[in-house]
Design a protein around this ligand. Sequence first.
Ligand SMILES: Cc1ncc(COP(=O)(O)O)c(C=O)c1O
Length: 449
Amino acid sequence: MTIGPPIEELHFSEEPDVNTVPGPNSERLIERQKQIDSSAVAYPNRVPIALKDAKGATVRDADGNVFLDFFAGIGVLNVGHANPYVLEGVHEQLDRYTHTVDFPTEARLDLIDKLDSIAPGNLSGNSRVIFGGPSGSDAIEGSIKLAKHNTGRHGMLGFEGAYHGTTSGALTLTAAKKYKAGYAPLLPDTVHAPYPAPSNDVGVEEALDAVARKFEDPYGGHETPAGIWVEPIQGEGGVVVPQNGFLKGLRDVADDNDAMLIFDEVQTGIGRTGKWFAADHFGVTPDAITMAKSLGGSGLPIGAMMYHEKFDTWGPGGHVGTFRGNVPAMVGGIRAIEYIEENGLLERAQTLGEQIRDRFDELAEDVTEITDVRGRGLFVGVEFRARGDSGELVEEIQRRCYENGVLVWSAGRGGNVLRMIPPLVITDRQTEVAMNVICEAIRSAVDPQ
Ligand SMILES: Cc1ncc(COP(=O)(O)O)c(C=O)c1O
């Protein structure tokens, strides 16, 4: 049985349909926002768009312009905007009850079972799941508590280039100083080791050696970490895929030092990379996985951590949160996983991702500003040689894509990576059209006439 509707029927259209943007209604709403909303608002500064509605891999703005969405609500809408199969369950649940803290419900237990069934390695069949607050940052906070509780230590090891969120513990692990400036001191005894990446010329051996020293060097200058927090593919850091052996090596260091290995799959989880979890690409099983973003299927917020049952040592109330029983989001999560399974979207993400990367590789033969094309599945990054203010070129590409009806985003050090994270339900035709627009935007931005 295939769960419908098929992906071809999920969208407003196969192609973008934009007039001059921003249109008058978008401009009016953005102006109104400037008057009353927080000065911390950031996204409309880059892409001046006010949204009216969205379907599948398409979004419509307040003036009726239709865009192809290669951004997916920053990786939230893996099964597309307003997926009817997901929404049917969510709507039904909204009418029955929404909020249950952690009383048992069919939906809660079914989602826990579902997550266990798709968990990597020996987590499957041996996992526990905890829901805390609704965000990815909340899931990270839960993982920090779990690691402290199980090791009796409080130090943490994260990586340069990492992004783990904005609450105090998560922000401590986040690497970019721009997010931390003015908020120190954060959690003590936290260190950031190099993440082996093409952009920093750090090899696997060197990276693992640095990590091991943070644990084993008696003169290392800080408490031995309780755990290692790592994105198995860095997202905000620039869609950085670690070289082979790195994650396996981290597993060994964690085991040798009785520390927990935590994979932050908030951005890479639930099919984004063409596997349920990015961990599956590397054959490494972490002790815990944090997730949020696309977990709720429809965009309703839900954060969770899945961890090996041997670490389930905390007692009642060990980690809590008012919104740890968002049942419509749980129903959405189950249905999203079912939709991905039944429509073969993992395989599709791998195939489309390869096609997209091949097309960028071809472009890179002409466009020498492209220094790397990378990613897994529909998690795609194109790195550009820094030019002027380093994110300037990618910003220009993004603007040209927007003007021609495709939404893309940036990532990486100084914003020099073009990041594409379309919904997994994107069609062949939409992919082709969007790639035409993106490649033309790159060509014209690199060589403006
Ligand atoms: C890898 C990763 N971890 C954690 C977070 C934080 O999630 P949230 O913004 O929901 O707090 C993000 C957000 O982008 C992320 O990409």
